[in-house]
Structures are given as C-alpha cells and as structure tokens.
Design a protein around this ligand. Structure first.
Ligand code: GLV
Ligand code: MN
Ligand code: MN
Length: 419
C-alpha cells in the first residue's frame, strides 16, 4: 500500500509557523508573513521549527552559519538523504515559500514514524540561513556557505542596511552554532517548493518536475549627484541622482523588450531610494538595486554587459557618479536527471499531471546540486501563482500532492545502497 502524508497535519503546521512574524498587509488587507533573516521573528520561527524537530525525536545540529539539520538514523551507516528549504522570508511574504519544503520534510519523517518505517539511509531535514538574501544582500547564503560557494568569513562580514553584522545577528538570535559549516556530501538532496509563478496552474498540472534554475545577477548601485533647491536650480545645472536611477530602471524594461538577451530575460529594480527624499530638494544621492534573471547563461552575460555600459552612459549624461557592486551571481543550474526521473515517475504513479519546468526563483537546491544529485518538486499556486506577497496560496491538495511525491522520491533514494 502506498504511504500517504497527513494533509491536515501539514496544513496545521503551515498555519502555526505562518502566525510567527505575521503582520496586517495594507495593500491586500490580508495577514502576511515578515520573517526577514535573523530578525527576532526569524529567531522565533527557527525555535518553533527546532522544537518540532525535537518533538519528532530528531537529533538537531546547528552549524557556524546557522543552518539547522535534524537527523533521523537509518538502518545502515550510509550518507543521508537530505530534505530541506528555508524558513526566513521576504518582508511581504505568504506562508508557503520555503516553509512547505521544511515542514513537508518533517511531515515525511512523521509519516514514516507513524508507519514504523526505518529507511536504510539516514534522513536529514534542514533549513538554511537567509535564503531570501534581501536583508544581507545575497541569496541562498546558508546553503552557499555549506557547499563552498561563499566562504564563511565573507558571509560573517555581510551587513544589513543599518550596518548590523550578520555574525552578530546570528549570535543575537541564538543560532551561531558550533558544527562545521561545510556539509559532507549527502546521498541526494530533495526540496518541495511552491512554484511562485503562473505556469503549472495555467497548464492544469498537479506538480512540476523542476529541470533547473535560471541564472541570477544582483547589483547594488550608489549614485552620487548634488542636492540642490528644486525651485531655483536651473535644469542644466543639476546632477540629479534620482533621475539617473529612474533612467536605469526604464533601461531594464527596454533591455527586456528589445529581445536582445532572449525572450526569457527578467529585470527588476526592487530598491530605488533617492536622498534626502524631500519634495523640494533635487536628490543628491540614490541607492538602487538591479535583479536580472535569465535561463541562458550566455544571454545573461550579454544583458549584464549592456546594463553596466549603460551605468557609465547615464553617469556621463546626468553628471553623477555611479558605483555598483555585484551582491549575488549564480549561473543556470540543471538538476540531476536521476532525481527528475524519479519525481516524474512518482507523480505518474500517483496519477498526478506533471511536466518539466525551469524555476524562475532561486532555491537552496541549486547550491546543493554542487555536492550531490539534487532536485525539486514544484506545487502550483493559486491567483496566478503570486508569491513574495501575502496572497501566495496553494490548496491543501496541491501541498499534499507535492509532499507525497517528496515522500516517494525520498524512499527511492533512502533505500539505495552505494556510498
Ligand atoms: C528567492 O526567492 C529569489 O529571489 O528567487
Ligand atoms: Mn523560497
Ligand atoms: Mn522567496
């Protein structure tokens, strides 16, 4: 008989965690989630999940970058199968992004407990520090440190916009652990996540077999002009940092519309902050961010080169200084064919409609792919799959389908021999 996870229990867990860091969102009138990495709310969310891990009898380890691993022993001393995701959020989140993968992993463990099944390999359920990256500037931070892309010391030295050091914030929330941050290669890594886009739902699919993740490039810009009186300063004497930022923002639109860097390029200026930010002062400074995504690595490099050349053009034309730094950069990642095949097979066996999909969002799985066969199961989202928004919603059935597939694929890997 096929094992089934307990969908009601999973929903209760999602709701409980979703109450931590909740806020009333003005633009939607809904309760949203704000658990920005290493804030008090994230600390509370982390402690809540650790308590659940311990209640399942798992052995919890915290590493030096605050990643949390909960281990269930197997029948043999083999490398574990790792399930995971994140429980930090953007400041305007729903309750599914990341949490479905972590709580889904724990639900898989509890399902095995209920059925009194001990797998051949150990199972570890993890959550990784600051997957979102919007507090300390770079995404997938914890999993990137665990897999060697970002050195620990570089991660410790990151600061948030208020100048607070990541290392101090880890200590403050009580998650600066002692375990080595570099992860021994697991046997496989599996992550269930909401799609965060419209594709699966529009196609009437139940789950997505994630083929890989597109390239991501983030820039942080500092633009320095000259603040001046808005009423008296002739237009030709201005060095308006706000105008420079606005022109770069519009250039991002043009970059996409031109098709020069592929039809799938996406470009966003998520931060645009003129200073001093007063009605009658020409902005003398501005900070801004650029987020580029492209499934094609070569086309991504072309888009990056064009926008960087434009920074120089704008600086010249607007008589401002523009400095920028790359805060995040990942190439496209293809997931393991073996994981993809198993996800597709599990979905078929359960009678679920599925198709291959490339992830638009970044995920911890792309970092783990450096160490072991890694892959993901996507769950469709309602309302056009909106995410990073309190309206983010997947039905209990959609969540359960994804986590049941996670369970099946876990079992396939956890019963395998070898290393
Ligand atoms: C993570 O959510 C991302 O920015 O893709
Ligand atoms: Mn996520
Ligand atoms: Mn996210």
């Amino acid at each position: 008989m096929r094992l089934e996870i307990d969908s009601d229990r999973l929903q209760r867990e999602l709701e409980e965690l979703g109450r931590i860091g909740r806020y009333l969102d003005e633009s939607t009138g809904l309760w949203g989630v704000d658990r920005l990495a290493l804030t008090d709310a994230d600390g509370e969310g982390r402690r809540h999940v650790v308590a659940r891990m311990k209640s399942l009898g798992l052995t919890v380890t915290i590493d030096r970058i605050g990643n949390v691993y909960a281990r269930r022993e197997g029948r043999e001393k083999l490398s574990p199968v790792l399930l995971g995701s994140h429980v930090d959020s953007v400041e305007t989140a729903g309750r599914f992004d990341g949490c479905l993968g972590v709580l889904g992993g724990l639900e898989v463990v509890q399902t095995l407990d209920d059925a009194e099944i001990q797998t051949r390999r150990p199972i570890v359920v993890a959550f990784f520090t600051d997957e979102e990256g919007c507090r300390f500037g770079t995404d997938m931070l914890g999993s990137a440190v665990a897999t060697g892309r970002i050195p620990l010391e570089a991660a410790y030295a990151l600061r948030d916009r208020e100048g607070k050091l990541l290392r101090d914030e880890l200590t403050r929330v009580g998650f600066l652990g002692g375990a080595p941050e570099r992860l021994d290669p697991p046997h496989a890594y599996l992550e269930c996540h909401v799609e965060q886009g419209p594709t699966l739902r529009a196609a009437g699919l139940d789950v997505g077999v994630v083929a890989g993740v597109q390239a991501i490039s983030w820039h942080e810009l500092t633009i320095v002009g000259k603040s001046a009186h808005a009423g008296t300063t002739p237009m030709e004497l201005r060095a308006d940092a706000g105008v420079a930022a606005a022109r770069i923002n519009l250039k991002l639109r043009e970059l996409v519309a031109s098709g020069r860097h592929g039809a799938a390029l996406r470009a966003t200026m998520g931060v645009i902050a003129p200073r001093p930010g007063l009605v009658n002062v020409v902005p003398g400074r501005a900070t801004a961010t650029v987020d580029l995504r492209n499934p094609d690595g070569a086309l991504m490099r072309g888009a990056e080169a064009e926008i960087v050349a434009f920074y120089e053009e704008v600086a010249r034309e607007e008589k401002v200084k523009i400095s920028w730094r790359q805060t995040a950069r990942t190439d496209p990642v293809a997931f393991s064919p073996r994981v993809r095949e198993r996800v597709a097979a599990a979905a078929s066996e359960r009678g679920l409609r599925h198709a291959s999909i490339v992830s638009g969002a970044g995920h911890d799985a792309q970092e783990l792919a450096r160490l072991c066969p890694a892959g993901m199961v996507f769950v469709p989202g309602e309302y056009d799959g909106i995410s990073h928004n309190p309206r983010e919603f997947s039905t209990p059935k959609q969540c359960a389908d994804g986590v049941n597939v996670l369970l099946d694929v876990l079992l396939a890997f956890a019963e395998e021999g070898g290393e």
